[in-house]
Design a protein around this ligand. Structure first.
Ligand code: SME
Length: 162
């Protein structure tokens, strides 16, 4: 999907938060809401090349809604494995400027150069995470971290429940 005007002038984070909040409120159910959220983020922020939400299921992370050029083979990741598993184990956001220099990295796409993984917390527990791949080195900074941590709080109520 390409939106030249938006790519020149991306919306401010506050506007994007409102769009995601609105998507979550208007979608017919939690799965549709989470899907709308990844679509909004992908459309507004051109450096978010691939976006996926993983939900915690027992000792694993299981891929939920995603958007990007290709599907990933990593649809189930044990907590503790990879950058995704590290963020889920610690409950802390991981920013990796150069995935090629991080031995934890589980390769998905040949185009990926950097990655950010933001845990989704509910009642102090990690219930999922947002995983974003970038095709530039150091595509993600502290601004992305703070913004995506706010997005994560909006997504927490959408987690699948038994
Ligand atoms: N690179 C991740 C695996 C998930 S894919 O990027 C979609 C990792 O190292 O955990």
């Amino acid at each position: 999907m390409s939106h030249p005007v938006l790519e020149e002038r991306p919306l401010e984070h506050g506007d994007a938060l409102n769009l995601v909040r609105q998507a979550v409120a208007e979608a017919p159910g939690p799965d549709a809401a989470a899907q709308r959220a990844v679509e909004e983020l992908h459309e507004r922020f051109p450096h978010y090349d691939w976006i996926g939400i993983y939900w915690v299921e027992g000792a694993d992370l299981v891929l939920g809604p995603w958007i990007g050029p290709e599907a990933t083979e990593h649809t189930r990741i044990p907590i503790g494995l990879g950058i995704c598993g590290a963020a889920a184990a610690s409950g802390q956001t991981e920013i990796v400027d150069d995935v090629g220099a991080d031995e934890r990295y589980l390769a998905c796409f040949t185009t990926t150069r950097s990655e950010i993984v933001v845990p989704i917390l509910a009642e102090g527990q990690v219930v999922g995470e947002i995983d974003i791949d970038g095709s530039d080195l150091a595509a993600f900074d502290e601004t992305d971290k703070l913004f995506l941590e706010e997005i994560a709080a909006l997504l927490a109520p959408l987690r699948p429940r038994a």
